[in-house]
Design a protein. Structure first.
Length: 217
């Protein structure tokens, strides 16, 4: 399990370096290629792009660490920011404007993906991380749709779960729910496939498996 954690950190650092390099040389089209590969992979493997590649998610780790150290609390999120209508309006406006600017030959002073990352970091310093992952990030919204048919997903083996809640406390997308039966359930379309829950589970009952398999079968 630890090896997966370190592998993920290496992956995030490599892709963050690539992202910053592409910003530096002004060639963000290549990052769009990375994103398209992430969307394609998500159809079968879930949102690995979010948990293993996205520079915003990578930057969230040190920001959260500093917030914890400085005891900076998050503001309450206004209901309007948690709306599905707003979420999909952002997707339409964001990708619609990208296409329109391309068609009109308009060159923005900054690439869209960089703008989104800067906005994401700003929100992250003020609100809980899940707000951006689940509602505001247009890339995440696309991935939550494309990953729906995914054959692989994070699952909790409810027979083994002791209900300690550690997984919920580390989940950056706030996507693990306690059911009335006190069992844990992961809402897979919002799951970033980051494996953070698996890293902290004291009884190793969270698995990344094919749909339909019983965990640990
Ligand atoms: S459920 Fe687990 S893998 Fe999915 S986002 Fe939450 S912590 Fe990460
Ligand atoms: S960390 Fe593991 S044992 Fe604890 S509530 Fe989550 S799934 Fe259950």
């Amino acid at each position: 399990m630890k090896s997966k954690k370190y592998l993920r950190i290496v992956s995030q650092l490599v892709f963050l370096t690539l992202f910053l390099f592409l910003v530096y040389i002004g060639n963000m089209q290549l990052w769009i290629v990375v994103f398209i590969i992430g969307v394609t992979a998500s159809i079968g493997l879930g949102r690995l792009y979010c948990g293993w590649i996205c520079p915003m998610d990578t930057l969230a780790r040190p920001i959260n660490w500093f917030k914890d150290k400085l005891s900076v609390g998050a503001l309450d999120v206004p209901d309007i920011l948690r709306s599905k209508k707003l979420r999909y309006s952002i997707v339409l406006i964001f990708f619609g404007s990208m296409v329109m600017f391309k068609f009109l030959g308009v060159q923005l002073p900054f690439p869209n993906v960089l703008i989104i990352t800067v906005i994401g970091v700003a929100f992250l310093t003020v609100f809980d991380e899940e707000l951006f992952h689940k509602y505001l990030c247009p890339y995440g919204s696309i991935l939550s749709l494309s990953s729906r048919p995914s054959r692989y997903m994070m699952k909790v083996d409810t027979d083994e779960c002791i209900g300690c809640g550690r997984c919920q406390s580390v989940c950056p997308a706030d996507t693990i729910e306690t059911l009335d039966s006190e069992e844990m359930q992961i809402h897979t379309k919002e799951c970033l496939t980051c494996f953070s829950c698996q890293d902290v589970c004291p009884v190793d009952c969270i698995v990344y498996e094919k749909k339909g398999l019983t965990p640990h079968s």
